[in-house]
Design a protein around this ligand. Sequence first.
Ligand code: SAM
Length: 284
Amino acid sequence: MAEENGSEFKPRDYFSAENARPSKSLGQNFITDKRVIERIMSEAGITSDDEVLEIGPGLGALTFALARKAARVVAVEKDARLAERLGGVLAGWPNVELICRDALDVDFGALYKGRRLKVTANLPYSVSSPILIRLLRNRGMFSTLVLMLQLEVGERISSPPGRKEYGSLSVLVQTYFDVKLLFRVPPSSFWPAPRVDSVVLKLTPLSEPRVPIPDEAAYEKILRASFSSRRKMLGNSLGSLLKKGAADKVLAAAGIDRTRRAETLSVKEFGAICREAVKSGELA
Ligand code: SAM
C-alpha cells in the first residue's frame, strides 16, 4: 500500500479527497522530498533498539520510516483529523503509539519507560520555541533530538554572542545541549511550500549543563529579563527581576559590568549571574 512507504504518500491527495486545506496555524507543511526523510533518518541513526518520540507526525512521512527501524515510536499529533487518518494507516504497525494531543500538554514522563527516547520532528513552526523549551526541561528523558525548524530559529539556537540572532533561546539551548546545524531544506521540499527556508539540527543533551546552574527556573527568568529589551543595559533589565538595588550587586559579584547588553554575554557569564542571584536571595 502507498502509505506503508510514507514517502510515496502525497499529502495533497489526502486534502483534496477530504475537500480540506492544511492548517496554517498548526504549521502544516508536509515533507514531500524523500531525500530529506532519508537524511533525517541517517542523522538520527535509529536502530532496532531505539525508542523514538515524534512530534507532529502529520500524515506520517517520517513516522513510517521510523516505524520500520525503531523498537517503539510514540507520535504526538494535535490535529484530530490527521491523527484519525494516520491512526488508520498505522494499524499494521504495533510498535507505533499515536497520541492525539497538543505536544505542549503531553506528560513526557508518562511516555518514558526507562530508556532515553530519540526525538525526531519536523516541528510546527508556530510553536517550535515553546516545544523546544518543553523538550529542554525534560531533556533527561532524551538521548538526541534531530529537529527540523525554520532556518531563522535554527540560526537563533546556534548563534554565538554578539549577533542579532543571539537571544535567550540561544543561551538556554547552548547551556544544556551540544548544537549542530546539519543541513538546509528549501521550501520546495514541502507541500504546501512554506515561505521560508528550513534547517535540520541535532541537539545532544550534555551530561551536565555547560556551567553550573543552581536553579533552572531562576536561570530561565534571568535570561528572559536580560533579553527583554535588547538595548537596555543589563543593570536596568535585571532590575525588573531583582529587588531594588540588588541587580548591580549581583552583577558586580559576577564580575560583569552593569552597562553591558545581554547580547554580548556568554553562557558562562549568564551562569555566573544566576549563581550570584540565587546566592543573594534577592530574586523577586
Ligand atoms: N511530520 C509531518 C511531515 O513532516 O510531513 C508533518 C510536519 S508539519 C510541519 C507539523 C505537524 O505538527 C502537523 O501535522 C501539525 O498538525 C502538528 N502540530 C501542530 N501543532 C502541534 C502541537 N502543539 N502538538 C502536536 N502536534 C502539532
